[in-house]
Ligand binder design. Sequence first.
Ligand code: BES
Ligand code: MN
Ligand code: ZN
Length: 498
Amino acid sequence: MPDIAFVKPALPRSGALVLPVAEETEAAPGSLRAALEEASGGALSRALVAAKFTGRKGQSLTLWAPAGPQGPSKVVVLGLGKAADLTESGAENAGGAICPMVSAEREAVVAAEAMTPGQAAALGLGLTLRSYRFDRYRTTEKEEDKPKLERVAIAVADPAAAKAAWVPRAALAEGVFLSRDLVSEPPNVLYPEEMAERCKALEKYGVEVEILGLKEMKKLGFGALLGVAQGSAREPRMVLMHWRGASGPKGKKGATKPLAFIGKGVTFDTGGISIKPAGGMEDMKFDMAGAGAVIGLMAALAGRKAKVDVIGAVGLVENMPSGTAQRPGDVVKTYSGLTVEVINTDAEGRLVLADVIGYVQEKYDPRFMVDLATLTGAIIIALGHEHAGMFANDDQLAEQIAAAGKATGEACWRMPLGDAYDKQIKSDIADMKNVGGRPGGSITAAHFIQRFVKDRPWVHLDIAGTAWATKDHPIVPKGATGFGVRLLDRLVADNYEG
Ligand code: BES
Ligand code: MN
Ligand code: ZN
């Protein structure tokens, strides 16, 4: 993560200088642009004219060492579009666009004098999020291919105000990076016990972390989760993370009902005995992205000391075929007491969630529950990679999440629920079966989960299509996206703090 600083404008004597320029603006060009114009003997304005630069969004122009040896080695001019249309999310995207253009330099100065403190901080966030790389296992990468960027100085009129706007965003970026790291890790490294250990690291932010082991889970009666786990040589874990930002440590300031976020953490999904085809199976290391999002969210909320009480709960298992694996036809008993006929061992995520949801609901009596899961391939057929599927029993919570999705770019599209779909998971010998056939596969999966929700607002986010990107986006490089961390941080910030 590059170091982000907010400074008064001064022309850098080396590294990169970035000049974001708005379209059709009569405003003063800003002191850095004027200083470069002077130091380059007019080369900047000549280049802008020659390149027909108008400031249109996404337009860019590069000049190499235009001010000679005493000035920046690279100058990038970036079009922002119309100044009046620049939102914070637009500023994030501008920051994201800047990142690859300066990553070969050690330092960059970005001229953001015309921006509000919020926009300047948003630019810093976008740049940071785009700079993410998972390079822990590369040992032979050439020095010249590695990104060099260590420090970004964002030049603003009021550095203290921009810094204040940056502090919570820095915590958010940490949460997103943590989530992306977890999702990127290979499944031989990140198995349930290891993932639980990494949750422990949240104690440094003041999060209380409780890990339930095999014995405890057996005693508590998590028959559905344990059925999935029984084919693996790796023991399952359940982790309960508690951030008391409203009630204070140990709830001293009086109890408030916590919000609850619950994640599917299948560290590898082979399908079990209903085994998946070999092609592309390696992707199933990301089947813990729901849990990864919850863990990253807890880091972000605690890191920025959000004034709210929150539970983060994750069910961690590996779904493997073996002599001890569960069979199609098995009937398991969930924590809630409801029984499930396991028709397909590859529909394992809903079995894990059923027990986590049932337990969290009873133990913490949360104000609402939001679960995240890479639950169905069918949601990718329905919505592609552009929206997460959203299922809800409560219009207000659904609307709040949809609004947070629009604001952060982590878009959610509401899908229907209904009795006719629920009937598809009727079983002949148990309370329900774990699959409802191909029609409406994501919807019947949501209905399965809904059967474990009692009398409270609940939203299920199917993130199978949005947890991993196969190409670069403005603030999301190719790979693990961290989807859900920014979305739910925004949900909390806009509706449930103070
Ligand atoms: N983890 C998968 C869902 C998935 C598939 C996520 C592809 C990302 C990409 C889930 O456990 C699963 O296998 N679901 C089955 C359900 C089916 C057996 C009813 C599916 O979607 O095929
Ligand atoms: Mn599966
Ligand atoms: Zn799965």
